[in-house]
Design a protein around this ligand. Sequence first.
Ligand code: NAD
Length: 329
Amino acid sequence: MIATALTELLRIRVPVVQGGMQWVGKPSLVAAVSNAGGLGILTALTQPTPEQLRVAVRETRAATDKPFGVNITLLPTINPPDYQGYARAAVEEGVRIFETAGNNPSKLIEYLKSNGCIVIHKCTTIRHAKSAERMGVDVLSIDGFECAGHPGEEDIGGLVLLARAAQELRIPYVASGGIADGRGLAAALALGAAGVNMGTRFMCTVESPIHPNIKDTIVKATEQDTIHIFRTLKNTARVFKNSVSMEVVALERRAGGAQFSELRDLVSGARGKLVYENGDPDYGIWSAGVVLGLIKDIPTCEELVKRIEKDAEDTIAEMSKRVRPMAKL
Ligand code: NAD
C-alpha cells in the first residue's frame, strides 16, 4: 500500500489519477479506474451539453461507489463551451472533486472552492502552479513536456519541473506527463510528488472507450511517434504523429506560417473523435504522450493499477538494496 497526502485527501487506495482526456474520459473508463482504487475523471467537454454531463455523472455513479472527479479544461476551442454550465451541472450532481486546466482558471476555481470542492489544477510552469496555490486549489498536477495534449510553451521536462515543484510548492502535487508504470510512480514519489496522473496509459486499457485498432496502434508505437502541432499559434499540443498532424506542421512551417482558420478542418476535435470511433489512426488529430514507447499491452484498469502499485513498491525496495552507503575502507 502506498499511502500519500493524495490518497488521504481523495480517499482513494492508490495514488494514481486518470487525467482528463477529450473523447476518452467517459463513464466506463472513469468507473473502472475508480473501482481499481485510483481516481477516475470524467471529461466535461466530451459531453455535448451540461445536461449530458449530468447523465454521465449519474451513469458513472451507478457503476462505482468510489470517488471520481470531473475535468474542465479552459483552452482555445472552435465553439466556445458553457464552462460555467458544465461546472454547475457537476456540482449540482454532487461531484466534489475537479481537475481544472488551461488559461485564466480563477473564476472557475473560485466557484468550485465556494462549493466545497477539492480542486486539482493542472499546470505546466511553476509560475502558474504558485498562482493556482494562491487561488486556494488543493492539489497541483505538474505537467511535464512529455505529456499528451497541451504542454505549454516553455518545454521543461518532468524531471526538472517536479524537482522545482519540490523546491517551491507547499501543497501536494502529482506528476503528470511521462508516467505509465510503477517505476514512473516510484520516480515521481522520489521527486516529492504525492502521486501520478496518467492519460495515454489509461487510453490503452480494456475499459477505455476507443476503437481496438487505436489501442493496437498505441501498443505498436514508440516514443518517437508523437509530434507537436500549434507551436506557431502558441497553443502547442502533443499528438500522435500521422499524415494529418504532419500536414498541419508542414503548413505551420511554410513561409508566412498558417492562420488557425487554414488548419481548422484538419485539426477539429469533431474529426479527431472519429479516429476513436472508426479505428483509423490516420483519420484526424488525436492526443498521445511520449509514454507511447512504454506501453506494451492492453490490461484491464484493475490489472494495470495493481501492477503499477506492486512495481512501484518493488522498485522502492530494490533501490534500497541496490543503492547503499559505500562500505568503509
Ligand atoms: P476543438 O475542435 O474546439 O479544437 C481543436 C484543437 O484546436 C484544440 O486543440 C484546440 O485547443 C485548438 N484550437 C481551437 N481554436 C483555436 C484557435 N483559435 N487558436 C489555436 N488553437 C485553437 O477542440 P475539441 O477537440 O472539441 O476539444 C475541446 C477543448 O478541450 C479544446 O480546447 C482542447 O484543446 C481541449 N482538450 C482537453 C483535453 C482534456 O483532457 N480535457 C484534452 C485535449 C484537449
